[in-house]
Design a protein around this ligand. Structure first.
Ligand code: PMT
Length: 400
């Protein structure tokens, strides 16, 4: 993450996520940015300007009517100083005021008085985020070129669960870096990544199939994150209702055999990530016509499908191979066994079951590799995907 020499004007609006701003200022400065902080009146109820002054190394401004501060650096001068404005947290209120073009405090005035890119990291209760008024404001702001980072889904400070959590400081810095200095922040530029996603369907007869509850969300989120890291991405997807991420090449398949064939046509590649929930078995012989309801019992004979991940890992020109392990029990034990048995470089283990991982907007992963492991706590799958790409990047770099 490189923001060296960039002037970031960090706006804080009122919300409990303001506590994350301390870490955010530190991370921005670690990435090389110079940071000046402007707070709304609401934000000062959650954090003191003095704290942020100490962390940013500059006086913090909270009022348009502060004569001393205006004399030192007027608000128009401050607007000109910035290379970008990031508002984190961005409350529903500040977003509404920005959408309406109001300039009723210093922060909104600066946003009107600048031509530099504006980035918002929304943070609010899930009902406020989903409200048609907020969503209309999001549309208006996006149409004017404002970029939204998040929000993520997960447990909220109010005790509810849903969309509206502010992204973590590290992710905000990574996203900002990619927008402001794309050339220095595309670690996977020149790399080809193949990702499998979604379920497979194994036909029983012309109208019925065996399948599972995978929605494809995790694999699609990984495709987006790999693309954002600069990679050329091919997504081999089983049947899902998800739109193709922009800039990603998608190959649709239905069965495990089709998925295997599609993956093999994309070899060699630099990184392979097997997120798909591939059926381990398929009916030996799908019935040519619709199976009739005559017998009291029906026995199915299933045969093993090829293991795509193992086949990729066994190639002489093998890429860096990342697998997933979906387990209901002894999660780490089974995942470590798969890591070794399938000869993977890395495996992301998730506990599955009712309401867990499959077809959920969020998840939690334990990532294992030879000699190490990392916990990625419960978070939106897009957030987890970016963290996983970061971990892969740390492990792959020494081999490149
Ligand atoms: O799609 P979502 O709703 O977002 O849900 C995400 C997920 C739960 C599907 C995902 O996080 C996940 O766990 N994916 C792997 C599911 C799975 O089938 O796990 P497994 O433990 O059975 O398989 C281990 C690994 O081998 C996986 O990387 C799988 O892609 C791969 N495999 C399995 C069988 C097979 N025939 N070929 C394979 O390549």
């Amino acid at each position: 993450m490189n923001l060296s020499g960039k002037h970031i004007l960090l706006g804080l609006s009122g919300g409990i996520a303001a506590y994350k701003a301390c870490d955010l200022v530190r991370r921005l400065r670690d990435a090389g940015a110079e940071v000046r902080v402007v707070m709304t009146e609401g934000a000062t109820h959650f954090l003191t300007p003095l704290t942020l002054q100490a962390l940013s190394g500059h006086p913090v401004r909270a009022s348009l009517w502060d004569e001393t501060a205006e004399a030192a650096m007027g608000h128009i001068e401050l607007a000109r100083w910035a290379d970008a404005i990031l508002i984190a947290p961005a409350s529903a209120d500040v977003m509404a005021r920005l959408a309406a073009g109001l300039a009723d405090d210093l922060l909104t005035t600066l946003c009107l008085a600048t031509e530099v890119p504006l980035f918002l990291a929304p943070a609010m209760n899930r009902v406020m985020w989903a409200h048609p008024a907020t969503q209309a404001n999001v549309q208006t702001l996006a149409a004017r070129g404002t970029t939204l980072f998040g929000p993520a889904a997960g447990t909220q400070a109010c005790g509810e669960t849903g969309e509206g959590r502010m992204l973590e400081p590290l992710e905000l810095v990574a996203l900002l870096s990619r927008h402001l200095a794309p050339e220095q922040n595309r670690p996977w530029a020149g790399r080809r990544v193949v990702i499998t996603a979604g379920p497979t369907r194994e036909a029983l007869d012309p109208v019925r199939f065996l399948s599972n509850r995978s929605s494809g969300r995790m694999g699609f989120a990984l495709a987006e994150a790999a693309r954002d890291a600069g990679a050329e991405v091919v997504l081999v997807s089983g049947p899902t209702a998800l739109p193709t991420p922009e800039g990603v090449t998608r190959i649709d398949v239905e069965t495990a055999l089709q998925m295997r064939d599609a993956v093999m046509t994309q070899m060699p590649c630099d990184i392979f990530i097997g997120t798909a929930a591939v059926a381990d078995y398929r009916p030996l012989e799908p019935a040519p016509g619709k199976i009739k309801k005559t017998a009291d019992q029906l026995n199915l004979t299933l045969v093993k499908n090829p293991d795509i991940l193992s086949e990729v890992a066994a190639r002489l020109d093998r890429p860096f191979v990342v697998g997933f392990a979906a387990e209901t029990e002894h999660v780490l034990e089974h995942a470590r066994d798969k890591l070794v048995r399938k000869r993977l470089d890395l495996i992301a283990a998730n506990r599955v079951g009712e309401g867990l991982a499959f077809d959920q907007p969020d998840n939690a992963l334990t990532v294992l590799w030879a000699g190490g492991q990392a916990e990625l706590p419960q978070a939106d799958k897009r957030q987890l995907a970016r963290q996983l790409i970061e971990l892969i990047d740390q492990r792959i770099t020494p081999r490149a």
